[in-house]
Design a protein around this ligand. Structure first.
Ligand SMILES: Nc1ncnc2c1ncn2[C@@H]1O[C@H](COP(=O)(O)OP(=O)(O)OP(=O)(O)O)[C@@H](O)[C@H]1O
Ligand SMILES: [Mg+2]
Length: 325
């Protein structure tokens, strides 16, 4: 029956709440709504790829069974067709009677934090007016961008980045189903690349599997345009030893030959520095420089110059601390 999607994030998207990994408290509470047959409005917040959409769809499937598609609708608040279209569709859906004996419908509104506060005020009225026939599940990355009157009408669920155990469990499941051999170092690489985001993990695995069913660390870092931690370590070592030319050459290889985007590389260096044992004052100085580079690049400054300046800043920070002892 099941269609063989070629995209693994769809193919392996859990259909039932109990199939989700991690987020155990959240899943438990959502299942209790299904058992009791009642549901408040919900607000899901949290970073990308941690199961917000997955949980909403699975919840609807369990609530409505076969009629879930009639009674469940997913809309994206940042839809390019405009907020008016979304608003009309929300009203249209919310006010019509639930089908197939359901007592209410569920409307899932993704990226709700893209709505202006005016639009949120209108949404709040719709939520009130049609609460009898429709429950809302709002999803966003930052709950602080949702107006208080909406927050106070919702049960709030804070999704966390998935931990290593959860990601490993899902990777093992997919690897078995796809007949892959994942080398131990490659498993670590997936965790490093994903940073708690299952979508990133699955996409990395699929990307590497297209090349060969034996998944290696090397392949993963190549296809995801990630610097390997040892490459970043080499770059840091050179810069902190005051070898600007050496560090600059490594930087240039990563940016130009490997094609890693400057901002992406900046984040990767940041993660390595955070975990790296080193003099506290030096770590603080480096992170402060990274903050400046991040800001300047995001404001549109030339990213290559900023990355060079960052490396120069690292050299400088190391030298300063060296002379001060
Ligand atoms: N907890 C989980 N258990 C199993 N698979 C998961 C989990 N979370 C995410 N996934 C996988 O990652 C993919 C992306 O997850 P999902 O669409 O639910 O992310 P999201 O939290 O809605 O992210 P976004 O904020 O980007 O919309 C899913 O298709 C699913 O395969
Ligand atoms: Mg989503």
């Amino acid at each position: 029956m099941e269609e063989n999607h070629s995209i693994w994030i769809e193919k392996y998207r859990p259909q039932r709440l109990e199939e989700m990994v991690g987020q155990t408290k959240i899943v438990e509470r959502l299942r209790s709504y299904v058992k009791s047959g009642s549901l408040p409005h919900l607000l899901f917040t949290g970073p990308a790829g941690v199961g917000k959409t997955t949980a909403a769809v699975a919840l609807a499937r369990e609530f409505f069974g076969d009629s879930w598609q009639m009674n469940f609708r997913e809309l994206n608040a940042s839809d390019e067709r405009g907020i008016d279209v979304v608003r009309n569709q929300i009203k249209q859906f919310a006010r019509t009677t639930p089908l197939a004996g359901a007592t209410f419908k569920i409307l899932f509104l993704d990226e709700a934090d893209a709505l202006t506060s005016d639009a949120q005020a209108a949404l709040r009225r719709t939520m009130e007016n049609y609460a009898q026939t429709c429950r809302f599940i709002l999803s966003c990355n930052y709950s602080s961008k949702i107006i208080d009157p909406i927050q106070s009408r919702c049960a709030i669920y804070r999704f966390r980045p998935l931990d290593d155990t959860a990601i490993t469990e899902e990777m093992d499941r997919i690897a078995t189903r796809e007949g892959l051999t994942v080398e131990p170092k490659a498993k670590e690489a997936i965790l490093f690349i994903a940073q708690g985001d299952m979508r990133k993990a699955i996409n990395a695995l699929q990307g590497a599997a297209i090349v060969s069913p034996t998944i290696t660390e090397q392949k993963l870092f190549e296809i995801t345009a990630h610097a390997r931690p040892d490459e970043i370590e080499d770059l840091l070592k050179a810069a902190l030893a005051g070898d600007f030319e050496g560090a600059e050459a490594l930087l240039s290889t990563l940016l130009n030959q490997r094609g890693i985007a400057p901002l992406e590389l900046l984040h990767q260096i940041y993660r390595v520095i955070l975990d790296r044992p080193m003099d506290r004052g030096l770590k603080v100085a480096l992170i402060s420089r990274m903050g400046e580079a991040d800001y300047r690049i995001s404001e549109g400054a030339d990213s290559e110059i900023q990355m060079e300046a960052l490396i120069a800043g690292f050299v400088q920070a190391a030298l300063e601390r060296g002379t001060k002892g």
